[in-house]
Design a protein around this ligand. Structure first.
Ligand SMILES: C[S@@+](CC[C@H](N)C(=O)[O-])C[C@H]1O[C@@H](n2cnc3c(N)ncnc32)[C@H](O)[C@@H]1O
Length: 475
C-alpha cells in the first residue's frame, strides 16, 4: 500500500516538474479494492469545462520526445510504423531504468495485465467459440517483433545499449522469450493506455466539418500521455475529455463532477469481448454494445453444402463491399432482426440464393437485394447458419446461466485472478449465446412464415437505416 501510494506521489511530483498543471480538486486514488488499479477522483466539486490537468507536449512518452529519435534516422521509425516505433522507444526508455526521463511514470504503469494476450490456454478455453479468441494476434505480434523490431535493435545496438560492452550480444538476446514478453507488455500498454496524438498544426486534408481523412487519422503518431491515461473508463459515465492544444494537452470536465465521483474517460462503444481483449476487464454497462460474430467461413461452408456457393457472386459482392471476415448480430431491446442482424449478411445470403436470371439482371444494374426483405429460403439458410454457430460453443446458455448465477466475481468485486478471468469469459460467451438464441428464435418464426419484410427504422432524413451497427471496422 505504502509503495503504491509513494509511487503515485513520486509520479505526480515528477509530472509537475515537467511543467504540468494539476487541479488540486482531483487526486490519484488507489482503486485496487475493485480491481481498477489507479483512478482519478474528484475531492471537491468540479464545474463543467473546468481544467482537470494540463500536460505539456514535452512530457508525452513518444517517438518525437525520446532521446532515441535524435540518435537514429527518421527513416527507421517510418519503416516500423507508429505502433512498433512506440514499442521500440518504450523498450529503450524502460531498459534505461532510473536514467530515463519517464522512470517515475513507468513506476505507476502496470507490469501485469489481464488482457487476453496474457491469458493461459485454459482461461482462453472458457471463451469457447467466441470470435474474439482469433483476434488476440499473439503469434502475429511475435512474428513482427522477431522479424521487424529485433533486427532494428541489432542494427542500432550501439545506441540502444549505449556504453555497454555487451551491446551486440544484448541486442541478440532481445529474441529471448522473456524479452518478447516485455515487448508484448509494451504493446499491451500502448493498446490500453496510448492516445493518438493530434498535431499542434491542423491536418492538411480536413473535410468541410473539420475532420481529418481516415488515412490521416490512422497515421497519427501514438503517445503515452501521463495522468491522462490514469483515467478509468465507463460506458455511461464519461465526464472528461482530452483537448489537444499547441503546447499542451488539456483534460477538461465535460460536465459538473461532484466531490467523491470518479473522473471517467470513454473507450468507445466496445462489446465486452473487445473490452476484455484490449483492456482486460468488463463491466455490465458495456453489455449494450455486445455482439456475436458469424464468421464468413461458416457462411461459406454452409452455402457450399447447400450447393449455392458461387465465386462469380462472391466476387461481385466483394466489388460491392459487402464481403467481410465476419458479420455481427448486435443487441436490440426488444430484440428484432431488423435492428440486430447484419444487413450485409442478409444481402450475402439472398444474393447466393437468387435465380441465375435475377442475379444477372441486378448485376448488370450494379444493384443488390434489399436487406429489408428476407425470402423463405433466405430465412431458412440464416436459421441454419445461426443454429450451426450455436453448436460451436461447448456449453448451452442454460448451463452457463447456472454457473453465472453463482459468479459474484464480475463487476468490480475483488477476486483471485483466475476466478475473475473465468467469470469474465463466462459473461462474454453467455452474452454471445443469448444473442444467437434470440436470432435463432426470430429466424425460426420467420422461416415458419415463409420469410417476410423487415421494417427498418427511418432516420430523420427519411433514408432507410441499416440494422444494428452495420458493417463494423475490424481491428
Ligand atoms: C488507461 S488505463 C486506466 C488506469 C489504470 N486503472 C491504472 O491503474 O493504470 C486502462 C486500464 O484501467 C483498467 N480500467 C479502466 N476502466 C476500468 C473500470 N471501469 N473498471 C475496472 N478497471 C478499469 C483496466 O485494467 C484498463 O486496462
Amino acid at each position: 500500500m505504502a509503495d503504491f501510494d509513494e509511487a503515485s506521489q513520486a509520479f505526480l511530483a515528477w509530472l509537475r516538474h515537467t511543467g504540468a498543471e494539476i487541479n488540486p480538486k482531483i487526486k490519484l486514488e488507489d482503486l485496487r479494492h475493485r480491481d481498477a488499479g489507479r483512478g482519478v477522483v474528484a475531492i471537491q466539486d468540479i464545474a463543467e469545462h473546468e481544467l482537470l490537468f494540463r500536460i505539456p507536449r514535452s512530457a508525452i512518452l513518444s517517438v518525437e520526445n525520446s532521446l532515441l529519435s535524435s540518435e537514429i534516422p527518421a527513416s527507421t521509425f517510418n519503416a516500423l510504423g507508429p505502433w512498433l516505433s512506440l514499442i521500440l522507444v518504450m523498450l529503450y526508455e524502460n531498459l534505461n531504468g532510473s536514467s530515463s526521463n519517464w522512470s517515475s511514470y513507468f513506476s505507476v504503469l502496470p507490469s501485469e495485465f489481464n488482457t487476453l494476450m496474457f491469458w493461459t490456454k485454459d482461461e482462453l478455453a472458457e471463451l469457447q467459440a467466441s470470435a474474439v479468441v482469433d483476434k488476440i494476434g499473439k503469434e502475429s505480434a511475435d512474428e513482427m517483433f522477431l522479424e521487424q523490431l529485433v533486427p532494428v535493435i541489432i542494427e542500432i545496438s550501439e545506441v540502444f545499449f549505449a556504453g555497454d560492452t555487451r551491446a551486440k550480444q544484448k541486442a541478440e538476446e532481445m529474441r529471448s522469450p522473456a524479452n518478447l514478453e516485455l515487448m508484448h507488455k509494451m504493446g499491451s500498454l500502448i493498446m490500453a493506455y496510448a492516445f493518438d496524438i493530434e498535431s499542434s498544426t491542423p491536418p492538411k486534408n480536413v473535410d468541410e466539418d473539420g475532420y481529418a481523412s481516415e488515412e490521416e487519422d490512422e497515421a497519427l503518431p501514438k503517445g503515452m500521455v501521463p495522468l491522462a491515461d490514469m483515467l478509468n473508463a465507463d460506458a455511461d459515465q464519461c465526464n472528461a475529455r482530452l483537448f489537444y492544444q499547441d503546447r499542451y494537452l488539456d483534460m477538461k470536465a465535460l460536465k459538473p463532477i461532484k466531490a467523491g465521483e470518479e473522473v471517467f474517460n470513454d473507450y468507445g462503444p466496445l462489446p465486452r469481448s473487445d473490452l476484455l481483449r484490449r483492456y482486460g476487464y468488463i463491466t455490465d454497462n458495456y453489455a449494450q454494445y455486445d455482439v456475436v460474430e458469424i464468421q464468413m467461413d461458416l457462411v461459406a461452408d454452409l452455402a457450399t453444402a447447400a450447393g449455392i456457393w458461387s465465386t462469380e457472386r462472391v466476387e461481385y459482392l466483394d466489388e460491392q463491399e459487402i464481403l467481410d471476415s465476419g458479420y455481427d448480430i448486435t443487441v436490440s431491446e426488444p430484440f428484432t432482426l431488423q435492428e440486430s442482424l447484419s444487413p450485409e449478411l442478409i444481402i450475402l445470403v439472398e444474393t447466393l440464393l437468387l435465380p441465375v436470371e435475377e442475379f444477372d439482371r441486378i448485376k448488370q444494374k450494379g444493384k443488390l437485394p434489399k436487406p429489408e426483405k428476407i425470402t423463405g429460403a433466405g430465412a431458412k439458410l440464416l436459421h441454419k447458419i445461426v443454429q450451426t454457430r450455436i453448436a460451436q460453443y461447448a456449453t448451452s446458455l442454460e448451463e452457463d446461466s447456472r454457473v453465472l448465477h453463482a459468479d459474484s466475481t464480475v463487476g468490480g468485486v475483488t477476486s483471485k485472478s483466475k476466478d475473475r478471468r473465468f467469470a469474465m469469459a463466462r459473461a462474454v460467451r453467455s452474452a454471445e449465446k443469448k444473442l444467437l438464441r434470440q436470432a435463432e428464435e426470430a429466424l425460426a418464426e420467420l422461416t415458419a412464415r415463409g420469410g417476410g419484410a423487415l421494417k427498418r427504422q427511418r432516420d430523420v432524413d427519411g433514408d432507410v437505416e441499416m440494422g444494428g451497427t452495420g458493417k463494423k471496422q475490424r481491428a
